[in-house]
Design a protein around this ligand. Structure first.
Ligand SMILES: *[C@@H]1O[C@H](CO)[C@@H](O)[C@H](O)[C@H]1NC(C)=O
Ligand SMILES: *[C@@H]1O[C@H](CO)[C@@H](O)[C@H](O)[C@H]1NC(C)=O
Ligand SMILES: *[C@@H]1O[C@H](CO)[C@@H](O)[C@H](O)[C@H]1NC(C)=O
Ligand SMILES: *[C@@H]1O[C@H](CO)[C@@H](O)[C@H](O)[C@H]1NC(C)=O
Ligand SMILES: *[C@@H]1O[C@H](CO)[C@@H](O)[C@H](O)[C@H]1NC(C)=O
Ligand SMILES: *[C@@H]1O[C@H](CO)[C@@H](O)[C@H](O)[C@H]1NC(C)=O
Length: 466
């Protein structure tokens, strides 16, 4: 088997890793060509040989701080670099302590090995990097920092300077769970080819947002995730982000827009996917992107909706305070509707047929009133071409009390239960008819009594005459 050149580099690199624990091994999973290594040292370094065909490497644990390890194998590394052609899909470091020197040396070693994703998770960076800028650039398409103590590559201008303008080639960056408040503007300006940016679970507020997304920064941004930050003003978020005229997907979920009053801000026409779930929204009299195709408003406190989004295909309203599914406004192309976890007591086919293109409906976890007509309608709805999600197990009667907690689909109400009105009317008619009959009888009897008595009278008078 031909030894992968990138493997040589990884192999040489691994030799530099000082181990804290004596026991450590690399395990190789051939089905996904993945190699996972606990801290390596000179005694167990040969275990990495098992990873000879790996395309992804994971280094778990360890302490990569000591600078003297960096210079030991430089000659071999440089030789290996010249021969490397193959691509690695991922290199990740998990649960470890890294010096910034180590990080930058490592990135330098990667200059000739294209790596799709370089990732640091639960990592503490120590020290401070300050060397002269590199001319050559590593070929890394995507970079990830998850739960790191600092983010040396983007944190300060000087550190970034040390890497040359490598950042300009990066297409995707994730910095999450890392207490990030903002990017310095002149760092943002360097991300010329960044199209996908994930800043979830940080501490970004409106001011940090507007300085990070300063004029000219991230010029081709298409996907932006700001989930779970400290944003509170939807209007100002819109003002900051509306200039991104390629932005298609924006995730603002898990921020707090509960104190938001109505505001007018025109979102860019490119925005087609907006996530506002878990944001404390009570009303939706806010500016929504007019070309929106997927809108998530779930887990809020919304009671009603009257929106006009003529391209909307998917609408998620789960876990709000809706009591009915109509009217919703003008949504002519809606295909997917989720209203589970609301306060809806009844649904009928007409309400769903109102959405001509509907193909998927989710309405479980509502307090349904299982009237005979609702049960019948619901069964009919389930039998149509629509995909009714969570049917039948998620649709449960809340009332009447006799069938509380029963599945809607299991309810078999008797003919008499279902037709009480009809029965009452029938009984009334019968009673009425009987009454009329009795009255007629009574009148007839009365009359015949009268004629009989008048005949007797006349007979008496006749007998008197004779
Ligand atoms: C984040 O990383 C630190 C070490 O840097 C670790 O102690 C902590 O458990 C991690 N947190 C999570 C949520 O993984
Ligand atoms: C970035 O901007 C700051 C001021 O905001 C300035 O001091 C610094 O020199 C700039 N850095 C670069 C690399 O342009
Ligand atoms: C919106 O964000 C929430 C989490 O914040 C996630 O669970 C949900 O799947 C997202 N919605 C869409 C449509 O991607
Ligand atoms: C959201 O903000 C409002 C005030 O603006 C506050 O009362 C509320 O507790 C916040 N909600 C959360 C979940 O932090
Ligand atoms: C919904 O909004 C439109 C225009 O904004 C308005 O004409 C219509 O009366 C509203 N419908 C309801 C039920 O409030
Ligand atoms: C209700 O009736 C259907 C057939 O009409 C039957 O399959 C089902 O078992 C019945 N359910 C109950 C709870 O009696």
């Amino acid at each position: 088997m031909e030894i992968s050149h990138s493997f040589i580099v990884i192999f040489l690199f691994a030799q530099k890793i000082p181990a804290l624990e004596a026991q450590s091994v690399c395990t190789y999973d051939p089905s996904v060509r993945h190699c996972s290594c606990l801290p390596l040292n000179f005694n167990n370094i040969l275990s990495i040989i098992s990873c000879i065909s790996a395309s992804s490497f994971e280094f778990i644990g360890g302490n990569y701080v000591n600078a003297e390890y960096f210079n030991t194998f430089n000659v071999e590394l440089l030789q290996a670099q010249n021969e490397v052609q193959s691509q690695l899909t991922k290199i990740s470091f998990v649960n470890l302590v890294l010096s910034e020197d180590f990080l930058f040396d490592f990135i330098k070693w990667l200059q000739k090995i294209p790596v799709t994703l370089l990732s640091f998770e639960n990592t503490t960076f120590v020290g401070q990097y300050n060397r002269t800028p590199e001319k050559q650039q590593p070929h890394i398409s995507s970079l990830q920092f998850i739960n790191v103590s600092s983010h040396p590559l983007i944190q300060t201008d000087t550190v970034f300077y040390g890497l040359g303008n490598w950042m300009s080639t990066l297409g995707k960056l994730t910095v999450s769970k890392s207490n990030l408040k903002a990017f310095p503007c002149n760092i943002s300006l360097n991300f010329e080819f960044m199209s996908d940016l994930d800043l979830s679970e940080n501490l970004i507020q409106e001011e940090g947002l507007s300085s990070s997304f300063c004029s000219g920064a991230f010029p081709i941004l298409k996907i932006l995730k700001l989930q779970h930050n400290n944003l509170a003003n939807f209007g100002s978020v819109c003002q900051t982000l509306r200039k991104y005229n390629l932005l298609a997907h924006l995730d603002l979920s898990q921020n707090n827009f509960s104190s938001m009053s109505n505001f007018i801000c025109d979102w860019q026409p490119s925005l087609i996917r907006l996530n506002l779930s878990y944001t404390g929204l009570k009303h939706v009299d806010i500016g929504l992107p007019k070309n929106c195709e997927v809108l998530d408003l779930s887990h809020n406190k919304i009671e009603m909706l009257n929106i006009s989004l003529t391209r909307l295909r998917e609408l998620y309203l789960s876990y709000n305070a809706f009591t009915t599914i109509s009217p919703m406004g003008n949504l002519p192309f809606l295909q997917v509707l989720a209203v589970d976890g609301n306060l809806i007591e009844t649904i009928n086919r007409g309400q769903l047929q109102h959405f001509e293109h509907l193909r998927s409906f989710k309405g479980d976890n509502n307090p349904y009133t299982c009237s005979c007509s609702f049960v019948t309608e619901m069964r009919e709805i389930a039998e149509t071409d629509w995909i009714v999600q969570k049917w039948p197990e998620g649709y449960i009667c809340n009332s009447p009390s006799s069938i509380k907690d029963m599945l809607v689909d299991d309810v078999n109400r008797s003919f008499f239960e279902c037709h009480t009105h009809l029965l009452i009317v029938l009984i009334c008619i019968i009673v009425l008819l009987l009454s009329i009959a009795i009255i007629i009888c009574f009148v007839k009897i009365h009359r015949s009594n009268k004629t009989r008595s008048s005949r007797t009278d006349s007979r008496i008078s006749n007998s008197v005459q004779f």
